[in-house]
Design a protein around this ligand. Structure first.
Ligand code: CP
Length: 316
């Protein structure tokens, strides 16, 4: 395994879930695999869960871990070609990335959408330079368009908690004061469409995801109808794809609350975190016994540990 960016990189989902659950049962079983191997985690954006869970997963595999908050601790990077570098960016990404590759065996990168240019974001301009120029396997720790480590952890959580063989899973938009990327909902849609679930997306008009992610899912604009008989409610805000990066609505009637959860089949409440209470979800729902957000976050260790393990096996 040389890259982990999309659902297609993990292969058979049932095999991957089984492997992750085995790792969860015995996290140190492969401790020798990472001996004398180093992973560097590069963060262009803030993180709590991704940073800590990936460090923990790599340590469970016996690896050395280096974390770099590149905006704070590195040189400011130029990523355009052909520019005269007489501004505030002293290093080009075309030198920085291969240099980072000299110091490690695997790289994890977090680089969000900037919303400056939709084509640049959706072509994964930053992540692709790591893939092309680092010379080592690359794990996406959330890119402009996807968050595969999160979606894999979400799928593990659904597998652990599903009340029936083929549960109904609903991805619902909810309001947020700032423009957020589409990476988490894109990725969740991509993974759910391949999983053995009935998948429904609900959002106000104007919040349609890019067609490559929404195609094949059931879209329901009436949130209450969508919630009916759901086994899992996955809440997330995202900004508009069509009016790229814009916040079109702050409609609090989309907040997930107790009244809406009562329409479901006693659904579990999911969110990738961090979550804004009483914008995305009411205090009552997130603090209820049906909220599984902590279990989801815990499973971030085992999703990324499965990926790192496979990459290390590929280096042998
Ligand atoms: N869910 C998630 O990726 O959390 P962080 O942004 O804190 O890493």
């Amino acid at each position: 395994m040389r890259r982990f960016l999309t659902v297609d990189d993990i292969g058979d989902l049932n095999v991957a879930i089984k492997e992750a659950l085995e790792i969860k049962k015995n996290p140190y079983a492969h401790y020798d695999l990472g001996k004398n191997k180093t992973i560097i985690l590069i963060f262009f954006n803030s993180s709590l869960r991704t940073r800590l869970s990936t460090q923990k997963a790599a340590m469970n595999l016996g690896m050395n871990v280096i974390v770099l908050d590149i905006n704070k601790d590195g040189w400011k990077l130029e990523s355009e070609l052909g520019v005269v570098m007489d501004g505030d960016k002293p290093e080009h990404i075309r030198e920085a990335v291969p240099v980072i590759g000299q110091y490690c065996d695997l790289i994890g990168v977090r680089s969000f959408a900037t919303f400056e240019n939709k084509d640049d974001d959706y072509s994964e301009k930053v992540l692709n330079q790591f893939i092309e120029f680092s010379g080592v396997p690359v794990i996406s720790l959330e890119s402009a368009t996807r968050h595969p480590c999160q979606s894999f952890a979400d799928l593990i959580t659904i597998e652990e908690l599903k009340p029936k063989k083929r549960p109904k899973v609903v991805l619902t938009w909810a309001p947020h004061p700032r423009a957020l990327p589409q990476a988490v909902p894109n990725s969740f849609a991509e993974w759910m469409k391949k999983a053995d679930v009935d998948f429904v997306i609900t959002h106000p008009k104007g919040y349609e995801l890019a067609p490559e992610f929404s195609e094949g899912a059931t879209i329901e604009y009436d949130q209450k109808k969508a919630f009916k008989d759901a086994d899992f409610i996955y809440a997330k805000n995202w900004s508009s794809f069509t009016e790229y990066g814009k916040v079109l609505s702050l409609d609090k009637s989309w907040t997930v609350d107790e009244e809406k959860m009562a329409l479901t089949n006693n659904a579990k409440f999911m969110h990738c975190l961090p979550v804004r209470r009483n914008m995305i979800v009411s205090d009552g729902v997130i603090e209820s016994s049906n909220s599984v957000v902590i279990q989801e976050a815990a499973n971030r260790v085992f999703s990324v540990q499965t990926v790192i393990k496979r990459m290390l096996e590929g280096l042998k």
